[in-house]
Design a protein around this ligand. Structure first.
Ligand SMILES: [Zn+2]
Length: 125
């Protein structure tokens, strides 16, 4: 499952960030996923739940937003692609809506952790 390997990297990142800030709990994670990653949101949530078990992120809420992807074509077009014929194929072909050629992906392939809410113990107290 692709979602699992992606989420395992994300969870590692969150935990190391929480560790750096001496957090005792991760409460909330905001995640952006690129449209062209074709990752399943439900699978990502499920993977997050499993991978955070018995960590300080156990029970944390996760919000997943999809970032719209854009393509860039030799004809000069840049923007949204023509809808792929088969969205379920692993490597969908993204065509330029202007000239019909296969275009390069410009944006929408990445995953970004936008925000993490942590519970950091008050050292002054
Ligand atoms: Zn084009």
């Amino acid at each position: 499952m692709h979602e699992f390997s992606v989420m395992s990297q994300i969870v590692n990142l969150i935990l190391s960030e929480a560790n750096k800030r001496n957090a005792e709990k991760v409460q909330h994670v905001n995640l952006d996923i690129g449209e062209f990653t074709f990752l399943g949101e439900e699978q990502l949530r499920f993977a997050f739940e499993i991978l955070t078990k018995d960590t300080i992120a156990d029970g944390a809420k996760i919000d997943i937003s999809t970032m719209h992807g854009t393509i860039e074509c030799d004809c000069g077009y840049s923007g949204a692609p023509e809808r792929p014929d088969d969205v379920h194929s692993l490597v969908p072909i993204l065509k330029c809506p202007s000239c019909g050629n296969i275009a390069k992906v410009k944006d929408g392939l990445g995953c970004t952790v936008r925000d993490i809410e942590l519970v950091v113990p008050d050292v002054e107290a």
